[in-house]
Design a protein around this ligand. Structure first.
Ligand code: DON
Length: 316
């Protein structure tokens, strides 16, 4: 197997040289200001080591990648009852589709499309003040990443509060169908703020590590979730983590992954590694353009696809 550090160094150099960078998200005005020239990659290993290259120490808005962590928290609170109010099928639609939600009488297809993540947030909020719920999410990420400096980017959250009309429509429609327990405003407040958490690729790779190691936090040995739950969260990441780009991501990369419109992707190599890549330019489905290409190269070169792939030298 090739050396991991030289492999990620080579990929970072290849990504830096590419002219095709995708387009930054502009529907959240604050994200539209980010320089698309950046690329970072970090790979967290079983012994807690992190192998990184490029802009791996730059913070970015994790956006929908936060949905992996809120799903984990909500499953811890509600257990399988969560699945009464949100499905676990790929959507085949855009992440913010309203049409699909109406068809399905307000029950979102999966916890990673916006409507589904809003239901998950509603669960976390129940019985708490919005500040407490957000504190819980932030503490969870800080513990997982082993880093107390992780913060919410207030400017990004405010930007989305001002312009999140589509999310407000989704939430109101679900409220009208009895799918949300709490009032729409505080649910969206918590949702916008957890999407606005800012992390580096290094922090994000570490935070995802429990999913690569049967639910165990590698550095402390603490059991974050059961092995069964880690396996199931990975399954949902594989089938739903890239919205209507999930099939393409499985085909090209072959790992459970979750993207965000900030340009981050968290990908899990079960038993081996947790990978975070970040490049702010997006493809047509709203997923990081270079992030996906970098992961495709990394899995091919390391033989890390969950579908096998030793010897696919032609795609390297
Ligand atoms: O709700 C939104 O639209 C954003 N806060 C998050 C969307 C997102 O990251 C979709 N992922 N690619």
């Amino acid at each position: 197997m090739p050396d991991l550090q030289s492999t990620v160094d080579a990929i970072a150099a290849e990504m830096a040289a590419r002219p095709d960078r995708g387009d930054v998200a502009t529907y959240i005005p604050e994200l539209g200001r980010v320089d698309p020239g950046q690329f970072g990659i970090a790979v967290a290993l079983a012994d807690g080591r992190v192998v990184a290259a490029g802009d791996a120490e730059m913070t970015f808005s994790i956006q929908s990648v936060s949905k992996v962590f809120t799903l984990t928290l909500a499953l811890g609170l509600a257990g399988d009852r969560l699945w009464n109010r949100v499905g676990r099928e790929p959507s085949g639609s855009r992440f913010n589709s309203i049409v699909q939600l109406e068809h399905e009488r307000g029950v979102p297809r999966n916890p990673f499309i916006n409507a589904g993540a809003i239901v998950v947030t509603d669960h976390i909020l129940s019985g708490h003040q919005p500040k407490e719920a957000l504190g819980e999410i932030l503490r969870f990420l800080r513990f997982l990443a082993g880093d107390e400096t992780i913060l919410i980017d207030r400017a990004v959250a405010a930007s989305e509060e001002r312009t999140g009309f589509n999310n407000r429509a989704l939430a109101n429609f679900m409220k009208g169908n009895g799918v949300l327990d709490n009032p729409v405003d505080p649910v969206l407040g918590v949702y916008f703020h957890h999407c606005a958490i800012a992390m580096t690729a290094r922090q994000l790779a570490k935070a995802g590590s429990f999913l690569a190691h049967r639910g165990r936090h590698p550095e402390t040995g603490f059991s974050v979730v059961t092995p069964e739950r880690a396996r199931r969260i990975n399954a949902i990441m594989l089938t739903c983590g890239h919205y209507d780009g999930s099939g393409e991501f499985a085909y090209r990369v072959g790992l459970p992954g979750k993207s965000g419109v900030g340009g981050g992707i968290l990908a899990i190599v079960p038993g081996k590694a947790s990978i975070a890549v970040w490049s702010p330019g997006l493809d047509a489905a709203g997923n990081s353009h270079l992030g996906r290409i970098a992961l495709e190269k990394l899995t091919a070169r390391m033989g890390w696809s969950i579908f096998g792939g030793e010897g696919d030298a032609a795609s390297r």
